[in-house]
Design a protein around this ligand. Structure first.
Ligand code: COA
Length: 442
């Protein structure tokens, strides 16, 4: 009986993408769902209105632009009126920023942010005028699921002035705090293209070595957070003989599915939400989305919960693994900028570096190849060159390259410099040591 009641509501709110976005005002803030939850039809409709001259200045907030975003809304011709404000730069954003620089303009307005604060920032620091997001089909109780992307979306759907959803049959239905009731939705559009997929290629020899150094320091029963990329994937491929691991991770990714299927990731010894695989953002392939769909053991929560260091620390033996661009002699880490340009973002890195070290028995690992640009530059450097500090030196614990592991905790500046030079590429160690001497650090 209430099924037909909700279906009536559904039909009443259902409209075309074109009509749905007509309610988005000029000079307002539009928030997009993140990554796979970016709604292609709605973005295309906003782009079409922008081309028709309906906007003079529309601020667009998001993280991880998908190809659908960069093929519709985030295109050079719309930059006079569409103002992209990413909280994390994807390769698409970098390309757009560069196209802007090439014509002497700032097109991309990056907003620095700790990921666990993203929901608050998007609902308190700016006015959340409209939120557009891809959701799974409605269930019989009138709930849509945010599926792959609770992240900031789970906060914004509670506070944005206007909520427009794009219902996609390919969006998995996930559990946790991931639901949105039809009574809280203003307009519904249906569109079911394949979801954005993120495929990470096989790792290098260096990734394997780094993965080995980290995997051998992970005890049975630990709870894992793994970032995106070849190193975390390599670590996970080397955990197949571990026992009773748990997951409390910003990211849910395909190698985690493999460990769940093998019974290695079972959550049995977790001290927070045992037996549940906790995530806030999923990036992967269709097989992974199918595995997530209607799977009650995989639970998505807002990033304000998952990435909050005071929540992370409730998991004993919490292990955090993230990648970096460069580390200076004192242990400061830059994971987001290259040559003064914003390359990516802080994301949840510092959240987990802090949360893991605050966990009883916890450890945080920062992983990087010893060199970049085909071996021509060292990533262990006297001073950071990128322009941003992602992890302050007081927070950093283990730094790992293919040459070993350097522990920063409890070490003096001199000891840090020596430990880091010991894991730098051998071709650079002499020059780095000379530099450290001249800085009075050795
Ligand atoms: N100087 C100059 N260029 C550098 C460099 C340095 N010190 N370090 C890396 N680069 C270049 C590489 O050569 C590479 O260029 P290419 O694509 O032309 O080969 C590019 O930068 C990317 O480097 P790579 O190490 O392959 O990056 P990645 O894709 O593995 O990503 C981070 C690494 C650090 C950028 C990424 O993990 C990140 O953004 N982290 C911050 C957010 C985070 O950790 N979130 C955690 C939870 S998901």
């Amino acid at each position: 009986m209430f099924v037909s009641f909700y279906m009536e509501m559904y039909e009443a709110k259902k409209t075309t993408a074109h009509d749905a976005v007509a309610s988005i005002a000029d000079r307002s803030n539009l928030i997009l769902g993140m990554g796979a939850a970016m709604p292609p039809a709605l973005m295309e409709a906003v782009a079409s209105r922008a081309k028709q001259g309906w906007f003079t200045n529309l601020n667009v907030y998001y993280m991880h632009a998908s190809a659908a975003a960069t093929e519709s809304l985030l295109v050079p011709e719309l930059m006079p009126v569409i103002k992209p404000h990413p909280l994390f730069m994807s390769s698409h954003d970098r390309q757009l920023a560069k196209q802007g620089y090439d014509v002497g303009e700032e097109w991309v307005h990056f907003v620095p942010c700790l990921f666990h604060q993203a929901g608050r920032l998007l609902t308190e620091s700016i006015s959340p005028d409209c939120f557009v997001v891809t959701v799974s089909p409605m269930d019989k109780s009138g709930h849509f699921s945010l599926g792959t992307n609770p992240d900031y979306g789970a906060t914004v759907v509670r506070k944005a002035k206007r909520i427009i959803v794009e219902v996609n049959e390919n969006m998995p239905r996930s559990f946790g705090e991931c639901l949105l009731h039809i009574s809280d939705v203003d307009m519904i559009v249906e569109n079911s293209p394949p979801l954005m997929e993120t495929i990470i290629g096989g790792g290098s020899v260096e990734d394997e070595k780094i993965g080995h150094f980290i995997a051998e320091r992970i005890p049975d029963g630990a709870t894992l957070q793994m970032g995106i990329g070849a190193v975390p994937n390599s670590v996970m491929s080397q955990l197949v003989s571990h026992k009773d691991l748990g997951l409390h991770s910003e990211l849910f990714s395909p190698p985690m599915v493999d460990l769940i299927k093998r019974g290695v990731l079972n959550g049995r010894r977790k001290t927070l939400l045992p037996y549940k695989h906790v995530f806030t953002l999923a990036l992967g392939d269709r097989d992974m989305f199918d595995f997530m769909d209607d799977n009650p053991s995989i639970v998505g929560y807002p990033v304000s919960y998952v990435n909050n260091p005071s929540v992370i620390r409730k998991n004993e033996n919490m292990i955090s693994v993230n990648a970096a661009i460069e580390v200076d002699f004192t242990g400061q880490v830059n994971s987001e900028s290259i040559g003064g340009h914003q390359f990516s973002g802080t994301g949840g890195q510092l959240d987990f570096v802090r949360g893991a070290y605050a966990s009883p028995g916890g450890k945080s690992f920062i992983a990087l190849h010893s060199t970049a640009k085909k071996g021509t530059i060292s990533r262990i450097v006297p001073h950071l060159t990128g322009g941003a500090v992602t992890d302050p030196r007081m927070d950093v614990q283990f730094v790992v390259t293919e040459y070993g592991v350097a522990d920063m905790k409890g070490r003096s500046l001199q000891q840090r410099a020596k430990a880091l030079i010991d894991i730098a590429h051998p071709d650079f160690r002499e020059d780095l040591s000379r530099e450290a001497h001249s800085m009075g650090m050795m």
